[in-house]
Design a protein around this ligand. Sequence first.
Ligand SMILES: [Zn+2]
Length: 486
Amino acid sequence: MVSEKKFKPKFPLTEKERKLLSLVDTNEEEITDLLQKLVQIESLNLSEFQYWDNREIFKYTKKIMEETGLKTEMFEVPFISKKKNEFYYNLIASLEGSAKGKTLQFNGHLDIVPYNKDNWDEETPPIGGVIKDGKLYGRGSIDMKAGIACQIMAMKLLKESGEKFKGKLQMWFTPDEETHGAYGSAYMTKHHLEAINADATIISEPSIWHPLASPNIGMGEKGPHWLKFTFYGVAGHGSWPKEKSNAINKATRFMVNAKRKLKIPKRKPPITKWQSLKQLIARVGFTGYREMRKFKPEKLPLDKDKRDSGILYRTTYSFNDIKAGIKTNIIPDKCDLDVDFRTMPGLKSQELFDSLVKYCSKLKYRIELPEGYTNLQHDDSRFKDKPVDVDLSILTIGEGSATNPNSEFGKVIRNAFTAVYETSPIFSYGTGFSDGGNMREAGMKDIFVFGPGGRNAHNANEYADLSTLKDITKLYLLIAYRYLNS
Ligand SMILES: [Zn+2]
């Protein structure tokens, strides 16, 4: 573990706050117990199109929130099958203050990704919640039932402390972040925005970078554009090869030329490389920074790629799924290629599509876009009477987004963070999706992502590091107390 430099907080804990936070120390065991219970209820998310009944975990969560004396509301979201007994829940639990004021929202997803039991150690099974050497093992332990347990405890302790505050603290549990929120964040922002449109939101996804011990504050994320390109060719006998109309050849040309010829507009990152470096050095010092640079994750012999932090600062793409062909001696007339684009915050989907259309024009491919988007080729006479070479369809789409860390709420987080951890905060943004993307897209403000630490999210032997839970719970509690009294 890299040691972190101590830092004098600008707004240190008051005596009252110290007493409030000491409740977390006395209830530490309960956080672990709660996490264990949540891990022991299997709440799989198989896919957006495959139903898995996860009602048990929502009913359990509702029960604990009600036992704490919070008001709850369940929203039923119909599954795509429209079968009566197939639906998902969103749960909102709320705690009202003693006067009118702002609403602060906690948020977490209760779903977990599937697992292959054979890859897990026998003594730490995926749905076991086994505790060993200060770690709690299980699928979903760190992503993200640990963060949820901490937020539930922070709410509970604020209630039990009897401390006065204004406005409202609410927690929103979603069912399907792992498949981008079709029944959770995307659905609720579209159909029940009034219920979740808080003044500020904290999502408790894990955010501790190994080998650090305290979290970084996520203030934004890149936008997933999962696109399917269907290339069309002409079938024929394999003994008479076709160079230009073999659908696999067409897709190959598209892939190999992209690096040189596909020009996606650049965007200024929400936080520059230099700002990130400055924040990191403020936290760990030069020695710590040198130590961190020495840290090398295990690498497989076939892995020839260097770790490149530069990907954070540009839109990226990866060719991840390709299907074509029916038989060795038949030229394929169709080839499906799935590409995972991750766009920079500030880049519009239409701008990405424009660059793909321009690229296809360079390759002399006529491309069709999904409905609702402008296609630059439609004004280009060269492609007017040509048959379509490639169809683009959308698998998942969301634009990148970021929250201003210098907002009023950003400052509350910054000051609470330094008061709890006595080290300086690091604001950052991520390459992956969180429910925050859908919330920002719906116009919700002040959304930050930070939570406890652990490792192997989505991998075998996933665990939550129990030593990080207490401080995160304190941080949530202090932020709620200060923000709702400001
Ligand atoms: Zn997650």
